[in-house]
Design a protein around this ligand. Sequence first.
Ligand code: ZN
Length: 309
Amino acid sequence: MSEGPEVKIAADKISVALSNGITIENIIHNKISNEFKNKIIGSSVEYVRTFGKNIVIRFSSTVYLRNHMMMWGKWRIYDRENYENGSARPPPRSHRTFFYKQPKKELKNHDQTEKNEIIDVRKDSRARLTIVTADKVLVQFNGPIIEFSFVDPSTKPPISLLGPDGLKNDYDKDQVLSNLVAKSNRDKSLVISKALLDQQIVSGIGNKYKSEILFLNQIFPFISVTSLSQHDLEQLVLNIPKILNIGYINNGRTRLPSSSHEKITWDTTHWVFRRTGKQCWKCGSKILSEKKTTSRSTFWCPSCQFIRE
Ligand SMILES: [Zn+2]
């Protein structure tokens, strides 16, 4: 699950590993042309930027790499020594991997289930892209979109069509508001939980942040956008960057522990997402979920999310 904040966290790590003029010694991808490969090898990275859920890497040789991780993509950065001696392990096959430490019990289960899995990352068929420097090996797993070009991807679709990015300093809340109004006027039945996933309205929000943002704005997920008041919509577009930034600053957590003694688990670090049947942190009601209305899972509190038709 790679939403704006998680993508930006990954991009930061890639940037640290590849910055300061470090030379790219090799790049491996099953569809890279010799022209791009030869240009990238021996060059360095000028910048790593995010646009919504896209990562763009610009090499000093004027080649651009665009990566979109979709639902299951992951980046891992290994010390080259560990990679070459076979001790670098690939990420687990479960899609529920988090940036923070897993509880011990889950780790134990992880190890047990992984006994039959590949433990040498070099033999993992999920590796799509490998970038090698003198000290590091960066591997991109699963992510289906990896494109090389000489044209800046941010100047052409899909990036050029993206709505404002809630993690950018120039986030334009008024533009998001007018995008929401324009799309909902064309489609009166557009519900807010679906609208927030439309990257052309606002970029960077995926299924997790959608549910968390609507909870924190007390908005029922299946209300149509046209039924929301101007005040509710204004508050919503104002709060989107705040909530995305909480996730970005806190390694994907949207709820911060209420005390230093609180155990850090998925349950304590999220308000509603993947908490079906658990008690709401604010009111104690049972969290609900469904995926029929918009074909994507939505989680909400039936008591706290009272702004409805
Ligand atoms: Zn509640």
